[in-house]
Each structure stands twice: as structure tokens, then as C-alpha cells.
Design a protein around this ligand. Sequence first.
Ligand code: ADP
Length: 241
Amino acid sequence: TARRPSILRMAGGAVHFDGVKAVDGVSIEVRGGEVVGLIGPNGSGKTTTLNLLSGMLRASAGTIHLDEVDLTRMSMRKRVRRGVVRTFQSGRVFPRLTVRENVEAAALGSGLGRGSARTLSDELIGELGLGEVAGSRAENLTAGRVRITAIARALACRPRFLLLDEPAAGQNESEAVELIRSIRGFATDRDCGVLLVEHDMSVVMNTCDRLHVLDGGRTVAEGDPAEVRRDPRVIEIYFGK
Ligand code: ADP
């Protein structure tokens, strides 16, 4: 099968906080329908990379393109309008609204009409296993389900490129794998690229098309999960010492 063209391209991206090189010349490409896992030890620059791509932080060096559009100096608000959507580890939802209202609000906010917003929300709620809590207020959900609702909201925005911060936190391994596979199905169907940060190695190995490994703000390995698993530097980081 022909590889799809890349949607998101960061070249030599860097973020320096007076003296600290949190991200130091990282290049990442994500293609349509592809789920790329961003992994690495604590302090390796994963969160800073998400912030850099979403526009919460400005690049000290390097360029970021979405399709052919230069995002490098674009505000977060404008990036969102271009389809760069990000979720947070905590999961941000409206506590007083039901799950369905939360997801519909996101779909409406992205410009869909009522009917289409309802259709897309119902589809996402079903796909992400939220059916039985669709009518419950978000404030009454478990932390895990709040996170999934936040992911459904992000997908309802019809992203071109989706950034997920530990989407599977609070789920057991099989739930985590199922959740990320559902997200992957959505990405494939809609030609969306996904970059996710996830701590559980076994989850990323079982769900991601490619992995990008950071250490000390730099790329130490990238490739498909099997390849990365055999990389001596990855073995040292995760299993060494
Ligand atoms: P990770 O998400 O992989 O744990 P981070 O991106 O949070 O890593 O952090 C990368 C490095 O940048 C760490 O050394 C961290 O201490 C530093 N850092 C992150 N944010 C800031 C900040 N706002 N000011 C100064 N240093 C920061």
C-alpha cells in the first residue's frame, strides 16, 4: 500500500528555558491514519514537545508544518482552527453537562450543524464505549471515563492532527489497547495523524504504528515498535543500570 503523505512535520524543533534545553533539535513526521507514540523517561521532553506542537510554547528553533501550512509562529487558537487538537492528561470536560452534551458541544464548536453533531457524537460515544454513561453528567464519572470523554470531545472537533497526553491513564492494559485502537480506527477513516504520549511500553508496542523515543530532549530512536524494542539505546534507557 502506498504511504500517505505526512500531515505534520516538525524539523529541528527546540525549546530552551533559560539554560535548560527541554527539547533540542527534534524532528517528527506523522502521516494520515498513523498513530505515533512519543516515549522516553521522565524529563526527556515529551510534554514540552506536545506543548510545542499545540502552540502552548513557541519554538526556540526549528519549523512546524501542518500539510503545507507553516505553524511555527501561529498561536494555539489558530492552530486549533487548522485542526491541531490536544487533550490533557487530566481530561478537560464540562462537569455539569452529560457525556453526550459534552461531545456534542465540541462537534458544534467545530462548525457542524445540530443533526451532524448528534450523529458524530453518537458514533464516537459508541466507538469509545461510553454508551452506558452517555446520559450521565461528567462530574459523576470515574476519572478514566472523564479522560475518554475528553478524547471523544477532541475527536468530535474533527482534528487533522491530534495530540494525546496519556490517553490510557487510569485504564487497565486491555482497556488501554482497545481505546487506542479505537482512536486509530478513527484516524484511519478520517485521514487524521495522531501523536500520543504513553508510559506503558506494552500498550504502545501493541497499538502504535511507529515510536519516537526521547532522552534529554533529543531523539534517541524511532521506527516501528519491533525495531525500537531492539534498539540498544532504548534497552539501556528502559532496562539498563
Ligand atoms: P517529560 O514530559 O518527558 O517528563 P518535560 O517536557 O516535562 O519532560 O521536561 C523536559 C525538561 O524540561 C525537564 O528537564 C524539565 O525540568 C524542563 N522543563 C519543563 N518545563 C519547564 C519550564 N517551564 N521551565 C524550565 N524547565 C522546564
